[in-house]
Design a protein around this ligand. Sequence first.
Ligand code: UDX
Ligand code: UDX
Length: 473
Amino acid sequence: MSKNIPIAVVGSGYVGLVAAVCFAEIGHDVICVDNDERKVAALQGGDTLIHENYLPELLDRYRNSRVKFTTDLAHATREAQAIFIAVGTPQSETGDADLSYVEAVACEIARSIDSYKVIVEKSTVPVYTNEWIRRAIERNGVARNLFDVVSNPEFLREGTAVADFLHPDRIVVGADSERAAKVLGDIYAPLTTGEYYTQADLIPGVCSTDAPPALLNTSTKSAEIIKHASNAFLALKISFINAVSNLCEATDANVEQVARGIGLDSRIGPKFLRPGVGYGGSCFPKDVAAFRSVADQLGIDFNLLSEVEKINVQQKKRFLSKVRSALWTLRGKRLAVLGLAFKGETDDIRESPAIELVKMFIGEGCSISAYDPAAMKRTEEIMPASRHLRYTENAYSAAEDADALLILTDWAEFATLDLPKLQRVLRYPIVIDGRNLYDPTVMAESGFTYLSIGRPAAYPMRELASASANAHA
Ligand code: UDX
Ligand code: UDX
């Protein structure tokens, strides 16, 4: 039987909250700390605050029993053996990560250490942060034998974060002391030994008793670099396929076929080769910039990352040009927008390409009616409804009387729209799909002009038939 390790998680955001309930799910007692009193009160009362699959179920199971919420970091520190720091590390003006929240939390933890603790970096931080945390704690008078600082990066995708946590590709533990590595090993033992996967009501996923996840022990610095390098590499893959999609558009090739063709090479792999309107979210843009900044500071030329960012910016501009090419002029046009979140299955709008595009279209003089299944409330807080921007209650009311429909987020429900109904409500049957959710042939057969990313444009079959009849006449 695995041991119950008392854990504190500092920061109850997308990462901290998921980590907290998942640690409880594998048998540990968790105190979840946040300095936002309203957030803590809401969580204590049963509000999940964010849209994340399986989070409501797990919170229901463990709220106020195995997972307790508090603003009292000192108490949580005294109770816990391992303290995970999962507070924000926003991007500063120069591109590097702003670590002031991490530092503040480390100093506060230091003031309450009275027995051996393992302090764990969960937030994405640049290499050397570990050493800074250690120095900050020592500076606050804590003896070196009373703590260790380790790096345990998260690889959670929003929307599937709970399943990603419980069924990970790998668990990375960067520790420079055996004692600390052992504590982390014990915490993850229910996963690495396969014990969790024998549980009757487990959260389903890819791991099993026969195929439990591996735990990779590294130095702290390697673990910090693994996190940045993983996200930068994934962003690079996306920018690469986006650049290839532009090449496909210029040659009338089909990027889906190309992505499949290259992805079947096991050295490349099929994932993260979906072209679109560019990557967004709270991690990729920030982490690519931070990794570039780390390289700069170390005097290392990593211009590849600047190119990744450049392609990502261009991808949004190209989408705007694509819409212009379908509608001729943009001023005064009514556009229906499906999707505001940075990707499907989340309400998160941080660095969302959809939001940037909405702003760009409004800047061009368009009026927008927008719909998103989960992200409208958050969007309204930063972009209130106005003469140019209306929020609607479903996809069809967004499409009503619009000159074109734009798909900007890959929500599953946008891939199964009632096409005849959509055609009836749109003023012109034009769909410009930034996420390649439809088969161009099906769209043409359903009477749409359909433009997507890196695939030949499709036109209504009727139009093509009459064009060819005219040519033969
Ligand atoms: C954060 C980091 O931004 C990311 O780099 C990292 O990989 C994981 O942690 P996320 O969980 O998405 O990501 O951030 P957010 O949803 O903003 O949550 C951070 C939480 O920390 C907030 O609830 C905030 O109130 C809390 N916080 C912040 C503290 O409790 N104390 C602080 O000093 C600062
Ligand atoms: C990411 C990482 O995947 C995760 O491991 C990490 O630790 C946190 O950051 P997340 O930001 O939740 O997760 O979303 P992800 O699914 O990686 O997508 C990021 C962005 O890339 C989204 O805007 C998404 O739409 C875009 N994307 C993803 C593509 O454009 N094409 C793809 O093939 C995959």
